[in-house]
Design a protein around this ligand. Sequence first.
Ligand code: SF4
Ligand code: SF4
Length: 342
Amino acid sequence: MQYDNTSKKKIIKNDIQKIQHFRLALQTTFLLLVVWIGVEFWLFVSSLSPDVTEFHNRPEGVDGFLPISALMSLWYWIQSGKVNMIHPSGLFIFTAIVAVSVYAGKSFCSWLCPIGTISEMIAEFGEKITGKRIIIPKWLDWPLRSLKYLLLGFFLWAIIPMSVMQLNVFLNSPYNKVADIKLYNFFLQISTTGFVIILILFIFSTFIRGFWCRYLCPYGALLGITGLFSPVKITRNPVSCIDCGLCAKACPSAIKVDKVKRVLSDECTMCLNCVDVCPVKDTLFQQNIITKRKRSNFATAAGIVIIYTGITGLAILTGFWQNSVTAEEYRELYQIIDLIGH
Ligand code: SF4
Ligand code: SF4
């Protein structure tokens, strides 16, 4: 037991920092999985050349990088009751991510997303070399944060009015079938403008924590909204709080955790850093605002893994994972890929 010098309140150091190790392990696993998918996809694309006889199977997980196609597929599924079998894994990855957000807010961003993980790593590097965390002033932060909602709004505005027939035409179009290869080619044959934009985003994300995620990612915007429906929120007990401010300092989303009773922000990624650093037992915790029951850090971590693997695993087991595009069709489309979409 320790005692705070200023408030003399009893402090019991939490021993729950293990959850951050688990979070890091999960982030690393997911990042490695994405690297493996990248290598497999490279082998798949290489095998599409006419001079290569052996076809390399496409890693279906690559569909996770086609969120717009997945959103359209979801909208088609909702309207027609049928699953479109072009990139079905993308649909279920998307559904799993949204389901995770309803359980634990925007937790995908800080527990699974490879971009979020890289963003976190480079921000830590940036803070090490500058020795401080740069916080954008509120008057600039608010309009910048709205950019990602504008991007999301634009996609929803374009997709929601689409009828089942229009969605079906797009989902079965050659463009959608090779959207993953087009994305791959974009990065492989990146233009100077594209490279400069990525470099700028990289530099900004090094010195401004979560620059891409906080200001520009439409996926993050969607999860910020669906995450608001999660009944479990970070909750502070103002009676036992000693106002040390450690929680606010630890928050990567710059939320003033020490000033609120409940974190209701769309920027909270449920990373649990604030809960971990709080030195007073039972002062900062996760609480279901409807039932008033507390949820342990372990339950959050386990829930994220179970929901994500449960939904994607069910899709694999029930045959809704494998893309219906054949090897022959992929080979044919690959020959004319530069003409597709023009
Ligand atoms: S409020 Fe807590 S859980 Fe939410 S982002 Fe900040 S540190 Fe993470
Ligand atoms: S809730 Fe925040 S300010 Fe209060 S004791 Fe915990 S870390 Fe310190």
